[in-house]
Design a protein around this ligand. Structure first.
Ligand SMILES: *[C@@H]1O[C@H](CO)[C@@H](O)[C@H](O)[C@H]1NC(C)=O
Length: 189
């Protein structure tokens, strides 16, 4: 036989409210999920070509800084380039534009050519239009394949993380113009 003292009633009322509030908070978090883009995590593979044009009258990669000693190094240690490079579906410069690589790369290695890459892929086509991926990594450009971390993203790539594999498709040794194939693998929601 339960004894309903005032103490019991206050206590159980307290717990009822506590559970009600906890339940409500849990519920509203679930409601929030679609709004912030939480779904099932998935992996996407993106494939495109990056056109790094330094030589033309309208270069998409321009040197913006160097150290006084940069000239001494074959690796151009200390040089900084700003880029707004086209990303295309196929390797030809006339191939369909799917986005742009905007940011910078800098020679961060003395003995070999090792670039610090800090750039955003701004996509402009299809379901990725308006979304971005951010890459921050080391690019030893004379290696067959270079791996760089994808550290984040926006739009459909919110919470993105993954990696990019870069492979030089074409290089003009005289001008250093290059077309680089990118395979990007990202986890996102
Ligand atoms: C990408 O989105 C912009 C802005 O919404 C729009 O103007 C443009 O036509 C879109 N491009 C493609 C190729 O869908």
């Amino acid at each position: 036989m339960a004894a309903y003292s005032p103490f019991n009633i206050i206590f159980s009322t307290y717990f009822l409210f506590a559970f009600a509030i906890a339940g409500k908070q849990h519920h509203s978090l679930d409601l929030l999920r679609p709004a912030i883009g939480f779904g099932k995590e998935k992996m996407s593979h993106l494939h495109f070509y990056f056109h790094d044009i330094v030589s033309s009258r309208n270069p998409t990669a321009v040197q913006v800084a160097a150290a006084q000693t940069t000239r001494k190094w074959q690796s151009m240690f200390g040089a900084v380039f700003m880029i707004d490079d086209a990303l295309t579906e196929g390797p030809e410069p006339t191939s369909k534009l799917v986005g742009r690589a905007q940011g910078l790369y800098a020679s961060a290695s003395q003995d070999t050519l090792g670039l610090l890459m800090a750039m955003n892929f701004a996509f402009m086509d299809g379901k990725y239009n308006g979304s971005t991926l951010s890459v921050l990594g080391r690019n030893a450009v004379f290696l067959g394949v270079r791996e760089m971390p994808v550290v984040g993203g926006s739009g459909v790539f919110r919470f993105a993380r993954g990696y990019a594999l870069a492979h030089t498709h074409w290089l003009d040794p005289k001008t250093a113009d290059a077309i680089v194939e990118y395979n990007v693998y990202v986890m996102h929601y």
